[in-house]
Design a protein around this ligand. Structure first.
Ligand SMILES: *[C@@H]1O[C@H](CO)[C@@H](O)[C@H](O)[C@H]1NC(C)=O
Ligand SMILES: *[C@@H]1O[C@H](CO)[C@@H](O)[C@H](O)[C@H]1NC(C)=O
Ligand SMILES: *[C@@H]1O[C@H](CO)[C@@H](O)[C@H](O)[C@H]1NC(C)=O
Ligand SMILES: *[C@@H]1O[C@H](CO)[C@@H](O)[C@H](O)[C@H]1NC(C)=O
Length: 318
């Protein structure tokens, strides 16, 4: 009886050490925009929130966030946020409706660019994507650091789709600036765009002329609900940089400042060469010399095993 109890204790402890104390991955959120971005984070249903669910990131700032194993959820950027006279916080794009900087379990109001993650999914791989299914508000780039896998590469939408947005999808602020671009589903609510009702299968729901505008600007991002094949990426044992407005100039600087690299990165497939984006071919920055060995994954296991071994030794006394 005591043995079973200890065995359970041992498993629980090991589990706790891996999932609770030591992170499974770190996310480094970087703001390269010329303006403040207020990132929002929503964990998937049934998954605990991370240490923050929303914060301000000034131009040039970055913040590291640890995620436990098997975490799943999304990151997005909120723009043009402010507090009204009653102290209620809201944003022009990406607003989560909480009235505070923390999103506290609320998601983003579309249209919003999303970076979506499922850590330690099938075969222990992390699955991630950048999605325009809910529309677009700010350029986002996800660069895995130190992971492995056949398609463990950067993804994102680094083109300015607010400028390139079809006029009937465009969201313009009261002062005349293009601040977001709706998806066709959001703008027209038709089943053929939303892939629901009669169009709820991959065979029935095809790309539309609207989703093709997104796809041709951002070939690696999800442009509609069944765009999985070209838009889902996988890594084992990676950490992730999530960059808002990854301008080519800024990412060159960042490669030395914060080792924002990605040596396997091929930026030319992130953008469409036929579209004009200043210096975009250089967006991947310098080859990374980031030593993954010292990052969270490598540390989690020796740490957990050391304590597990100690517990095992303890067991021998009973
Ligand atoms: C790039 O854009 C052009 C023109 O918009 C389009 O015809 C082409 O299919 C796009 N390429 C990719 C890879 O999406
Ligand atoms: C990446 O690999 C996964 C798993 O093999 C596959 O489902 C997905 O389509 C691949 N993505 C790309 C963009 O090639
Ligand atoms: C980026 O660099 C180019 C040339 O090096 C320069 O003309 C441009 O103004 C820079 N853009 C920003 C946003 O710093
Ligand atoms: C990057 O990708 C493009 C198109 O997918 C390919 O033509 C090019 O050779 C690749 N470059 C490198 C350095 O892998």
């Amino acid at each position: 009886m005591a043995k079973i109890y200890l065995h359970v204790l041992f498993l629980t402890l090991t589990n706790f050490l891996i999932s609770g104390v030591y992170p499974s991955a770190t996310f480094t959120v970087v703001n390269k925009c010329e303006f403040t971005v207020w990132p929002g984070i929503l964990s998937n249903a049934g998954i605990a929130p991370l240490s923050t669910t929303g914060f301000a990131l000034q131009k040039g700032e970055s913040r590291i966030i640890n995620a436990p194993s098997s975490w799943g959820g999304r990151f997005w950027g909120r723009t043009r946020c402010s507090e009204d006279s009653t102290g209620k916080f809201s944003c022009l794009t990406g607003d989560c409706g909480s009235g505070k900087i923390d999103c506290a379990g609320n998601g983003a109001a579309p249209p919003t660019t999303l970076a979506e993650f499922t850590l330690d999914g099938d075969s222990g791989m992390d699955f991630y994507d950048v999605s325009l299914v809910d529309g677009y508000n700010v350029p986002m780039l996800v660069v895995p650091q130190g992971g492995s896998g056949v398609n463990c590469t950067s993804t994102g939408c680094i083109t300015d789709l607010n400028g390139a947005c079809p006029s009937n999808l465009r969201v313009t602020s009261s002062d005349g600036e293009d601040v977001a671009c709706k998806s066709a589903c959001l703008a027209f609510g038709k089943e053929e765009f939303c892939c629901n009702g009669a169009y709820s299968t991959p065979d029935a729901c095809k790309p539309s002329s609207y989703s093709q505008v997104f796809k041709s600007a951002c070939p690696r991002a999800y442009s509609y609900a069944y765009d999985d094949k070209t838009s889902t990426f996988t890594c084992a044992g990676a950490d992730y940089f999530i960059t808002f407005c990854p301008s080519p100039n800024a990412s060159k600087k960042s490669s030395s400042e914060i080792q924002n690299g990605g040596s396997e990165d091929n930026a030319s497939s992130l953008i469409n060469n036929t579209m004009v984006y200043e210096g975009a071919s250089q967006v991947s920055g310098a080859p990374s010399i980031y030593a993954h060995f010292f990052s969270s994954h490598a540390i989690a296991f020796p740490g957990a095993f050391a304590v597990a071994a100690a517990v095992l030794r303890l067991c021998q006394f009973f």
